[in-house]
Design a protein around this ligand. Structure first.
Ligand code: SF4
Length: 168
């Protein structure tokens, strides 16, 4: 607690050789993703991460370098939350599946220009309307990805391919 994120990253060995820090999920997969540039100014404490727009959550850091596609990353996260939904309440049961399918079609080059607003609306409609916290946990990554990495989603939809070169 209180360690600068930059120091923690250095202690962990940093990003892979030749790569740049792109983004960080600071507190486990449900917490809002932040651009690396924002995280480099943060310390690992509740107030600092909250001020930056995310949460310390479980403290399970996920660091993404510039070889990572944010659409693909969100597809994986959304699949996880769809799989984890127990189905007890409608917004989570239906919404997690909707979000996954929309992100999947964007990833597969079949996205529509209206999909980003659709995703954001579905995520907003889930938040605060479920029995347990999994609904919010599924929605927060979607909203944060669109907030910080919207151009990647737009590129996928417009060009039907990824703007991030394939990692070799
Ligand atoms: S929010 Fe919780 S209780 Fe409701 S369907 Fe999702 S996992 Fe089940």
């Amino acid at each position: 607690m209180g360690t600068p994120f930059s120091k923690l990253l250095e202690l962990a060995g940093g990003v892979r050789k030749g790569r740049q820090l792109k983004a960080v999920i600071p507190g486990g997969s449900s917490t809002p993703i932040l651009p690396g540039s924002i995280m480099m100014d943060c310390t690992m404490d509740y107030d600092s991460i909250a001020k930056a727009g995310s949460m310390l959550g479980s403290g399970a850091l996920i660091v993404l370098d510039d070889s990572r596609c944010m659409v693909k990353s969100l597809q994986r996260l959304s699949y996880f939350y769809m799989h984890e939904s127990c189905g007890q309440c409608t917004p989570c049961r239906e919404g997690t599946g909707w979000m996954y399918r929309v992100v999947e079609r964007i990833e597969n080059g079949q996205g529509r220009p209206s999909d980003m607003d659709l995703l954001d609306n579905v995520a907003e409609d889930i938040m605060g309307r479920t029995i347990c916290a999994l609904g919010d946990a599924a929605a927060m990554p979607v909203r944060a990805m669109l907030k910080h990495f919207r151009p990647e989603f737009e590129y996928h939809i417009e060009h039907k391919t990824c703007m991030v070169p394939a990692y070799v």
